[in-house]
Design a protein around this ligand. Structure first.
Ligand code: ZN
Length: 196
């Protein structure tokens, strides 16, 4: 385990072994290994480990907030998105996810269902949340999977994504300047994917 105190851990993350640590709250033991039960902050006191779940956000979302989401579907004019976490300025997991819509008009072009996106809340009206990928360069598609073989796509030149497995190239998607970045750490994106 790494030493830093305010470390964020994900459910199922291996935190050590029973020979090293005593499991406290939010830790489960399996075959001598210790795993986090929650997405939360890891606390280490001498040899005792515990995980406190991240606090739930106080809804509603506010215009201007940056959120992490997954595109769950699309019709002719809009994308349907599940917002799974707030990134800035508040940082929290949204559980259950908050439904939002995003226009398919520019700059929100080229995204497809299953894409993980970094978006800005543009309006909240009568409980309906609208988001956009327009604005700072970090907004856009954060992770995308090859529709042919399911492999995570790698960023190429400009707004190009490439599948290293089957060689397909995808053009003209609004890609985040932080493509591939995980706002929490390795694990959150796959955690979001697993929720299906
Ligand atoms: Zn592929």
């Amino acid at each position: 385990m790494k030493g830093s105190k305010r470390e964020i851990v994900v459910p199922g993350e291996n935190l050590g072994v029973v020979e090293e640590y005593i499991p406290g709250e939010g830790i489960r033991e399996e075959d001598g290994n210790l795993y986090s039960v929650y997405l939360g902050s890891l606390f280490e006191k001498e040899v005792k480990l515990s995980v406190r779940p991240l606090k739930r956000t106080i809804l509603p979302l506010r215009p201007g907030e940056i959120a992490l989401g997954e595109i769950r579907g699309a019709d002719r004019q809009i994308y349907h998105i599940h917002l799974t976490a707030l990134i800035k300025p508040r940082r929290a997991i949204l559980s259950p996810p908050v439904s939002a819509t995003m226009s398919k008009r520019p700059p929100n072009v080229g995204a497809r269902p299953s894409d993980i996106v970094l978006v800005k809340v543009s309006s909240v009206k009568n409980g309906t949340v609208a988001v956009t990928m327009g604005g700072p360069p970090e907004l856009g598609v954060l992770l995308s999977f090859c529709p042919v073989c399911g492999t995570p796509l790698k960023k190429g030149v400009g707004y190009t994504l490439v599948c290293r497995s089957c060689g397909k190239v995808y053009l003209d998607r609004k890609i985040s300047s932080m493509y591939g970045w995980n706002p929490f750490k390795e694990g959150l994106i796959s955690y979001v994917k697993r929720e299906k």
